[in-house]
Unconditional design. Structure first.
Length: 193
């Protein structure tokens, strides 16, 4: 843990990565979001390997030979940071986290590919679920029994924990739901460069 704090993190801004890719730099893009998030919008050419399925050692064994960095991105950066740590633990230090993830890529106005998927983004699903459960618990506490106030208390505590740690258990659970899983392997699994 102390070694991680002393080592500078490899990070690249979306515009700089786009500039390098446009210049033909040898690179590999790895998207560690859910299939639904990837389908909604992704960087052209990015390979999808959801964070929950990422086995860094296996990925390194199966990738095309050659010395090129792996640029890792997720929605906002937390999952990408964890993926970079997994690659580091597997003995590979050539990973670079895309700063701000897809959110920053889109905000920078850089090109994206979108599918016809109608699944809501994962964080929007979390917000809807927490809002519905909290509102239901509050309504029941006001009309049926005050003990139902524990429901919004629990959901609020969960949001606080997610905000402080960057780890959202509900998001992990929702990512495993059938509507968030791809029924077929992604077709854009090529590497750039």
């Amino acid at each position: 843990m102390i070694d991680q704090l002393l080592q500078p993190e490899n990070v690249i801004a979306p515009r700089e990565l786009h500039r390098r890719l446009a210049a033909g730099a040898a690179a590999e893009l790895l998207d560690v979001r859910t299939p639904a998030e990837h389908a909604a919008a992704h960087v052209p050419g990015a390979k999808l390997v959801p964070m929950g399925e990422l086995d860094a050692a296996r990925y390194l064994r199966e990738r095309a030979p050659g010395e090129r960095p792996i640029y890792v991105l997720c929605q906002s950066g937390f999952r990408a940071r964890r993926a970079v740590e997994k690659f580091h633990e597997a003995g590979f230090d050539g990973c670079v986290r895309v700063e701000g993830g897809m959110q920053a890529w889109i905000e920078a106005g850089l090109p994206v590919e979108r599918s016809a998927s109608k699944v809501l983004p994962l964080m929007q699903q979390v917000q809807i679920t927490v809002g519905l459960v909290s509102a239901t618990g509050a309504a029941l506490a006001l009309t049926v029994c005050p003990w139902f106030a524990l429901i919004p208390l629990a959901t609020g505590g969960g949001l606080l924990f997610a905000g402080l740690t960057g780890h959202c258990g509900l998001a992990l659970l929702l990512a495993k739901m059938p509507w968030n899983r791809s029924s077929k392997p992604p077709t854009n699994t090529c590497c750039l460069g």
